[in-house]
Design a protein around this ligand. Structure first.
Ligand code: SF4
Length: 437
């Protein structure tokens, strides 16, 4: 025990939830490193003595995963393998007082906006000059860039504004500096993230400035791909499409969560948009940026959802043939306005509906992938697994979208771009061979 007390602290950060949380963990680790504290992400070697669990409080499943992770770490502490367990992130922000009494062995709890306070726990200073400095937890060729925090929308199902507060955009020059710093570390692809991407600028510039931000980021030398995640459809700033079309390093890719398509559901979800308006927007996007890949996410089983609503959603998917679709089952979250409604679709039905939707999408996805056979596409190499390389096209984001499987005897470098001729299509993946351009 004595020897242990002399050992230098080493902090392991465990991140749950979304890419926004991942960026927070990277910022925390950047600050710790600047204070000369050893820090690692998801340490498998178990040679650390302090753990920070960065939790997610988005939906039931995510909350359960976060709680189980904290309990596992507390068990390690009980067995003498850890000295301290700290908890931060959305779950901690939302349920801190309940959790504090349920898990008193946790050494300290922090909210989503308490980074300086957390650093104090480590006797570390919050260094404001470190603007955007992060210890990346992603492979060095890609990184997320969080352009704003919080959300001013009031979607009835969503607990995020309760945990992340009101929308705060980061100024363009800060984001450009952050992107330049990422390029110096070897990043070639940046993924713009926010709770609500298209609101960017309204708070600090009094107008939507996503297009201007994109133009500025596209000027940063060394960024080969810029990708847009989480664009709210209402009042979508159409000038973004003009920039996307004009700038070669902005991927023709848009992640636009729509949540549903039936007008009854859109109204109950307080999405401030109708099916007809969404359809019109999709037509405009596809017309202005031909070949664009549109990803969307949906919710099945919202209160009051009927079989007719699901049929309407299926028709909508067939009509618009989205390139990528993700689906969640509705989670009844306290303190949201939907919580006042009766959660009247049982879990089994929610799951069945989600499955039906994904079956419709599976056919669409296969059809779209088959259209790519014979084409030569630019692919970024992400990793090597089981003797094969796995990469992505500009139409695919990390983890959630298709991969391109490449069987080759050539030695490829992780993070390099290669031209690949697509030879085979699967439901959600492609296969191809490297060609010389
Ligand atoms: S726009 Fe997104 S983050 Fe904001 S309330 Fe709606 S679903 Fe939640």
């Amino acid at each position: 025990m004595k020897a242990r007390a002399l050992k230098k602290d080493k902090v392991n950060i465990i991140t749950l939830g979304c890419s926004k949380n991942l960026v927070d963990s990277e910022v925390l680790s950047g600050q710790l490193v600047a204070n000369e504290i050893d820090v690692v992400h998801e340490n498998k070697k178990l040679d650390h003595n302090i753990v920070v669990v960065n939790t997610c409080g988005f939906i039931d499943k995510a909350k359960e995963e976060s709680i189980n992770t904290i309990l596992d770490q507390l068990e390690l502490k009980r067995r003498g393998k850890l000295d301290k367990v700290y908890v931060t992130g959305c779950l901690s922000e939302r349920y801190r007082s309940d959790l504090e009494s349920e898990m008193p062995e946790v050494d300290a709890w922090f909210g989503t906006m308490e980074l300086p306070l957390m650093l104090k726990q480590f006797d570390a200073d919050y260094k404001t000059e470190l603007l955007g400095e992060r210890l990346l937890s992603t492979p060095t060729h890609y990184a997320y860039l969080k352009i704003s925090e919080g959300c001013n929308r009031t979607c009835s199902f969503c607990a995020i504004p309760l945990m992340r507060g009101q929308h705060v955009s980061k100024p363009i020059e800060e984001l450009v500096a952050e992107a330049e710093g990422l390029v110096k570390k070897g990043v070639k692809e940046i993924m713009l993230i926010a709770q609500e991407l298209t609101y960017y600028g309204l708070d600090i510039y009094k107008k939507r400035e996503l297009a201007k931000l994109l133009d500025s980021l596209a000027d940063v030398k060394g960024i080969e791909w810029i990708r847009l995640h989480y664009a709210y459809p209402t009042k979508f700033p159409l000038e973004v499409l003009e920039v996307m079309k004009r700038r070669d390093n902005i991927c023709k890719y848009l992640d636009m969560p729509l949540q549903h398509a039936s007008n009854n559901m859109l109204k109950a979800m307080k999405r401030n948009i109708t099916r007809e308006e969404i359809s019109q927007l999709i037509h405009q996007i596809r017309e202005q940026v031909p070949g664009i890949c549109i990803r969307t996410t949906l919710i099945a089983g919202f209160p009051g959802e009927t079989e007719d609503d699901i049929e309407e959603l299926k028709e909508f998917l067939i009509e618009h043939k989205f390139d990528r679709v993700g689906i969640f089952t509705y989670s009844h979250e306290e303190n949201t306005s939907a919580h006042l409604l009766e959660d009247d679709v049982d879990q089994e039905t929610k799951e069945l509906r989600a499955q039906e939707i994904m079956e419709v999408q599976q056919e669409i996805s296969l059809e779209k992938n088959q259209e790519k056979v014979g084409k030569v596409l630019k692919v970024i190499i992400d990793k090597k697994e089981a003797g094969r390389y796995l990469g992505r096209t500009e139409f695919d984001s990390v983890e959630v979208d298709n991969e391109v499987i490449i069987n080759t005897k050539m030695k490829l470098t992780i993070g390099e771009f290669v031209m690949v001729k697509i030879t085979k299509a699967f439901d959600y993946d492609l296969e191809g061979e490297v060609v010389n351009d």
